[in-house]
Design a binder for this molecule. Structure first.
Ligand code: GAP
Length: 448
């Protein structure tokens, strides 16, 4: 593959890592984070659906990213380009000709593999008899228009980045941005991966969170270093443990021919250290390619000196689904409490899908139920909040812990007269009596 290789440098699977992955997959299904795609028809390899809690969590990941890279900065603007684009985009970017894996077939067991993944022995049967390698383009093809012919062939984008490059001039014209500045985009990308796997780590349809940061050529090295730090710290600030993150600079022979540098932020997944996000110095390659193929002048003109040149580009490119898997794996926690195992998702307050659960101590007391539902209605104007009365309080607490709910608010008989409720903290399990009038502010302060 001409582009960056998806890494498969996994550490050997131990029973413990296997178990953790199984526990996460099982929790995701059981509690409505992630389901197998079209499961009732037997599923589809490499495809997954996000359930009620999963789509909240994913939305929170995307919001946290957008807040950090667009809203809290002065030098990045947002974009939402289409998935379908003029096929010339992919000719210019190199994807039509070079976005390929080389595949080989084992002549004995007929298994098909990526050549760079097999070594000299078939991973299935051990035979050493492979066919010649054949190039396989990873882009999904589809048709536009009613007539099915070559002219109507378009591709599902394999990365969001090219939508940014082809809109570079539009964004400058519309916003009068001056260098250095970036354009950020979140969106679906599609790759016909030969070996999807490890749950949502490698799939054929996934979401990317990408920035193209345009700067003067002489500023590029410094911007590259800064973005590596900023993106690394973003994961730390959202609660990932430092010992589970590392930066891996690419060796010279791993770099695409146009790239001056590339570093991966890697996470220690249960199946081994693997890429979470890549930060690349792409030089002026993409803008020059699009200028050449489109015939348009995509140079930047300095508004003061009128000097014209192609900006260089730093690209922090992360996967939303991969990030979400890392946040889940890092947050998964088991502990012994009163002789029983308590499972807690210690997600950061920003990411937790549910911020508070309001629980009536006695569901057969209509005044308590009414009060609890009223409190939930007030709180849900400010953050995601649920009401639940489907089990005894101990079980309800455990269920909320397991999905990472930050606070449980319990309404009991005394609440009816003293207008106070019990607030339980997910991580410490400490309980405090709080007046209903103070509740919203109490929670907002702690969720900030
Ligand atoms: N524009 C540069 C680019 O697309 P990439 O390393 O191929 O670079 C960037 O992809 C990120 O997208 C990866 O770090 C990963 O998080 C995510 N990603 C790539 N392929 C993926 C797949 N098949 N499934 C899930 N996420 C994927």
């Amino acid at each position: 593959m001409l582009f960056k290789l998806p890494l498969l440098q996994c550490v050997p699977m131990t029973q413990a890592t296997n178990d953790l992955m199984e526990k996460i997959v099982s929790l995701c299904k059981r509690r409505g984070f992630i389901f197998q795609s079209s499961e009732i028809y037997g599923g589809l390899a490499g495809a997954w659906d996000y359930g009620p809690l999963g789509c909240e969590l994913k939305r929170n990941v995307k919001n946290a990213w957008w807040k950090a890279v667009v809203h809290e900065r002065d030098d990045v603007a947002g974009l939402d380009a289409g998935i379908l684009m003029n096929p010339m985009v992919w000719k210019a970017s190199g994807h039509t000709d070079n976005f390929i894996d080389v595949l080989v077939d084992c002549r004995k067991c007929k298994g098909r593999f990526r050549k760079d993944h097999v070594g000299d022995k078939c991973p299935n049967c051990g035979a050493k008899d492979f066919t010649e390698g054949r190039a396989f383009n990873l882009m999904f093809k589809t048709q536009v228009g009613a007539v099915e012919d070559e002219k109507g062939t378009v591709y599902l984008r394999p990365e969001t980045a090219q939508g940014i490059f082809v809109n570079f001039q539009n964004v400058i014209d519309a916003t009068s941005r001056k260098l250095p500045f970036g354009i950020a985009q979140i969106g679906k990308s599609f790759r016909n991966e030969v070996t999807p796997g490890n749950f949502i780590f490698r799939t054929r349809e996934f979401e990317q969170m990408e920035i193209e940061y345009f700067c003067r050529p002489e500023e590029a090295d410094e911007a590259y270093r800064r973005w590596i730090d900023e993106r690394f710290n973003w994961y730390l600030n959202l609660g990932i443990k430092k010992e589970n993150l590392k930066i891996r600079p690419h060796a010279a022979d791993e770099l695409a021919h146009y790239a001056k540098g590339c570093s991966d932020i890697e996470y220690k997944f249960p199946f081994g250290w693997s890429e979470l996000e890549g930060i690349a110095n792409r030089t002026d390659y993409d803008l020059k390619q699009h200028a050449q193929f489109s015939g348009k002048d995509l140079q930047y003109q300095d508004p003061v000196t009128s000097e014209k040149f192609y900006p260089h580009v730093i690209e922090p490119s992360g996967g939303c689904d991969r990030g979400l898997l890392a946040f889940l794996a890092d947050a998964y926690h088991e502990e012994e409490v009163e002789g029983k195992t308590r499972v807690v998702l210690k997600l950061s307050p920003q990411l937790s899908p549910v911020k508070a659960a309001v629980l009536p101590l006695l569901k057969n007391r209509p005044e308590i139920v009414e009060m609890a539902k009223g409190i939930k209605k007030d709180l849900q104007k400010h953050f995601v909040c649920v009401y639940n009365d489907t089990a005894a309080i101990g079980k309800l607490y455990r269920r909320q812990d397991e999905v990472g709910t930050m606070y449980c608010v319990t309404v009991d008989v005394d609440s009816l007269t003293d207008r106070q409720v019990t607030v339980r903290d997910r991580d410490t399990m400490k309980q405090e009596r709080i007046s209903v009038d103070q509740l919203k502010n109490y929670l907002l302060e702690r969720l900030a």
